[in-house]
Design a protein around this ligand. Structure first.
Ligand SMILES: O=C(O)CCC(=O)C(=O)O
Ligand SMILES: [Fe+2]
Length: 231
């Protein structure tokens, strides 16, 4: 029991409520399909972005990419070998997609972290991890102040990949091949608001081609804090 708690974290009524609200919203959205697994709550939305929108995002990722980083040091230097790019949320073309995503989930755009672009060349990968924060790690107090836990993830494949590059959820038993324009949304929490370890996932190595995606992580509270004063 203690082990389970340590690994899975504690139930949280506030996060359970977010789970419920977003679930209600997604399940009444035409075009979304729930993945057939009881272990995690994951939805697909094929053709969420047009080819033009995908091409626009790929162009921006190529222009601004830098080596991807991790929140905590990892003993495996190959853990995350991709390149990333912070998408400019005030760029009108990016902002429109950002706001559409927030609206789809029914989460305030302020709770969304900056949308990230990811690029994987052959051999590059992001090994198995969970998107939620581990509340026992030294980084947690800082994250807690900046919007708290990550609740939902939205990820969009921006191109088809010749070979490899699937997003694999080994505990939930799902392997999702990249498909241009397809949105994948999942709840990092369980229904009771505790982190769901069954959302463990891996960006498998690309074998042939280049993989481009965007990832958007939503926090339980506002991530953007406005500091302007009104007189
Ligand atoms: O590249 C992928 O398929 C997964 C990316 C991912 O897990 C993330 O950005 O958090
Ligand atoms: Fe992830």
């Amino acid at each position: 029991m203690a082990q389970a708690l340590k690994r899975n974290g504690r139930p949280s009524p506030a996060r359970a409520r977010i789970s419920r609200d977003v679930t209600g919203r997604l399940e009444s959205t035409p075009g979304l399909r729930r993945a057939k697994t009881e272990h995690a709550q994951l939805y697909y939305y094929p053709d969420y972005l047009t080819d033009e929108e995908c091409a626009m995002l790929v162009e921006r990722i190529d222009a601004n990419r830098r080596p991807s980083t991790l929140l905590s040091r990892h003993e495996d230097p190959e853990f995350r070998t991709s390149e990333s790019c912070d998408m400019d949320r005030w760029d009108p073309a990016v902002r429109a997609i950002d706001e559409r995503l927030a609206h789809l989930l029914g989460i305030s755009p302020e709770n969304g972290e900056t949308m990230q672009g990811q690029r994987y060349a052959p051999g590059q990968q992001f090994r198995a991890h969970c998107d939620y924060f581990h509340e026992t790690e030294p980084y947690w107090p800082a994250m807690e102040k900046q919007g708290g836990q990550r609740t939902w993830t939205a990820m969009i494949f921006l191109n088809d990949v010749e070979e490899g590059g699937a997003t694999w959820f080994p505990r939930a038993g799902l392997r999702i091949a990249p498909k241009k324009g397809m949105l994948v949304v999942w709840n990092n929490m369980s229904r009771d608001g505790s982190p769901n370890y069954d959302t463990l996932h891996e960006g498998m190595a690309v074998i042939e081609g280049t993989k481009y995606i965007i990832t958007k992580w939503f926090r339980e509270g506002p991530w953007i804090r406005t500091s302007f004063q009104a007189y």
